[in-house]
Design a protein around this ligand. Sequence first.
Ligand code: NAP
Length: 291
Amino acid sequence: MAIHKILVTGANGQLGWELAQAAVDFPKFEFVFVDRNAMDLSNPAELKGIIALFAPDAIINTAAYTAVDKAETETELAHTINAEAVAELARIALQKNIPFITYSTDYVFNGNATSPYLPETQLAPVNYYGKTKADGEQMALAENPSTIVIRTSWVFSSHGNNFVKTMMRLMKERDALNIVGDQKGRPTYAKDLALASIKMLEAINKGQELKGIYHYANTGETTWFDFALKIKAIAGLDCNLTSITSDQFPTPAKRPMYSVLDTRKIEIDLGIQIPHWETALQQCIDMLANA
Ligand SMILES: NC(=O)c1ccc[n+]([C@@H]2O[C@H](COP(=O)([O-])OP(=O)(O)OC[C@H]3O[C@@H](n4cnc5c(N)ncnc54)[C@H](OP(=O)(O)O)[C@@H]3O)[C@@H](O)[C@H]2O)c1
């Protein structure tokens, strides 16, 4: 069955919002966006009835419990939203025989690697949020092996809460900032990830069989400190930045030291070239400047 109507959860999040912006360029699809009020993932038992009302041909689940530090204590709610609800969505998609895309994180890995993580690298979540996302992946794939899980990292957008917007605000407010410089990863512009997600559904419509775990992040790797330096340069801000170690910036949830994702599988399967994170950052800051 060809995909026409796509149900997108998490309408007010970074990725949900970017999908809504991208949707206008894909008039062959009818997108339906639902926020937490219309579809609350903390109540998985209600999902089936709500989805039946929309009768979608595909589901993209961008909704998630993303408060990484708070997840260390709000464990039950984080697990319900990131694991049990995701498994239920996968089950519903299987029953309806429709594609299901959901998202996971670099935090499913322990951060001890020295070369990019492959989709099949063994999971060893570094914190409780990472554990809920790892459980969500595994439970969804066990329920429905056709589930598509896209792991991503260091997501930013002109909409929502993220490192880019926080840095720009703080650099305007303060004369100096300390930024962690010993964690390495790949920033991801939610706009680019949104486009790749829609391309997946286009490829499925053309008969390509896509399922299982994928990685998506912008190309190039950096540290939070170098990321902040680039934000400062592009936005033309004046603030003294100092690189500090993770030990000097303790957080309730541990962060991985190395979380570079290998994205070759999605590039090959979709035939796409992923933009460099600096190009993506420039676009995002331009978007903020024009807002
Ligand atoms: N942000 C990152 O750096 C990052 C990194 C790696 C992976 N990811 C993953 O990428 C995906 C997209 O993330 P994002 O950056 O777009 O996240 P986000 O901006 O934090 O958005 C998450 C959305 O989920 C919604 N939500 C939270 N609890 C909900 C519930 N009980 N029912 C329904 N909706 C609920 C939130 O609603 P409200 O607006 O009402 O709060 C929010 O709109 C997620 O799976 C996330 O885990 C993100």
